[in-house]
Design a protein around this ligand. Structure first.
Ligand code: C2E
Ligand code: MG
Ligand code: MG
Ligand code: MG
Length: 274
């Protein structure tokens, strides 16, 4: 059939194409995916120490007609090479705005690429989008992955300042995994640090990891910034992280990323049981 033929082309081309041509191929498919409604948002809870719901993080999924579910790690970096990342980001924010009233959470976090923040109009478009949905900035968190420290007067920095003026909170994602952690702390006004899950994975057995996390929590407390631990998978990790001063917890232990329909179905059961 048609799908088999297309799958065969994918496998064939991936062997032969140069990286650049492969990139253009994925780009073309991704543009079609936006039009064909193949993108989805999953939501993962971020909880307080006593299990309350602080926020959810929106995580992008691509349900490809031939290749099945594709992780953002496989296509976001390609989208970042062109204007596609802006289109993806717009799609994500619009969907998050539409879903927000149904999610029943204090705030939704969206991931934003540095490439998006280099567009001088990013924050103005963000403001327009949430205003159209009738939602205040306080309902949103923007997660940025640390790269280099932000230059003064750069578009990135101006966008972040504009967003904060709207009441949007800024989270530094994957903290500690990049190269500019302390530089970031010095020159960016932000609200939340998300500790990379690499530090969480072995926190119960590697003293150096727990020392680093403890130091981050102390600095964060002095700066008045919240600390969320990512990738929390076991009760033991949760206990250590809470002891060290983390204020938010995200990971499979606290809840997997789920589509809106699954979240609503679970709530329906809870309401029916009450
Ligand atoms: P991230 O923002 O750091 O998101 C957390 C990732 O960790 C997610 O992977 C999530 O599914 C995964 N995760 C959550 N809890 C656990 C756990 O307990 N154990 C393990 N091993 N993993 C856990 P995902 O959904 O594959 O997303 C990967 C990355 O793709 C994200 O990392 C984010 O940087 C990027 N991304 C996702 N959605 C978007 C988007 O809408 N826009 C942009 N620009 N990037 C996105
Ligand atoms: Mg994130
Ligand atoms: Mg990230
Ligand atoms: Mg992360």
């Amino acid at each position: 059939g048609k799908n088999n033929g297309r799958g065969a082309v994918v496998a064939f081309d991936r062997e032969l194409l140069t990286e650049e041509r492969h990139q253009r191929f994925v780009e073309r498919e991704l543009r079609a995916a936006i039009l064909m409604d193949e993108l989805e948002l999953y939501y993962q809870p971020v909880r307080t120490v006593d299990g309350g719901l602080r926020s959810v993080e929106a995580l992008l999924r691509w349900r490809h007609s031939v290749r099945g579910m594709i992780s953002p790690a496989a296509f976001v970096p390609i989208a970042e090479q062109s204007d596609l990342i802006g289109k993806l980001g717009q799609w994500v924010l619009r969907r998050a705005c539409a879903d927000f009233p149904l999610l029943g959470v204090p705030a939704v976090a969206v991931n934003v690429s540095a490439a998006e923040l280099r567009n001088p109009d990013y924050a103005a478009h963000f403001a327009e989008e949430i205003a159209n949905a009738g939602l205040p900035g306080e309902n949103f968190i923007v997660e940025i992955t640390e790269t280099a420290p932000l230059q003064k007067n750069s578009a990135e920095r101006k966008n972040l300042e504009f967003l904060r003026a709207l009441g949007v909170r800024i989270a530094v994602d994957d903290f500690g995994a990049g190269h500019a952690s302390l530089g970031y702390l010095r020159d960016l006004s932000f609200d939340i640090i998300k500790i990379d899950r690499a530090y969480v994975a072995e926190i119960t057995s590697r003293p150096v990891d727990s020392m680093i996390v403890q130091s981050i929590c102390r600095i964060a407390a002095d700066l008045g910034v919240a600390v969320i631990a990512e990738g929390v998978e076991t009760p033991e990790q949760h206990a250590v992280l809470a002891e060290l001063g983390c204020t938010g917890f995200q990971g499979f232990l606290l809840g997997r990323p789920e589509p809106l329909e699954t979240i609503l179905a679970a709530e329906g059961r809870a309401v029916a049981a009450a």
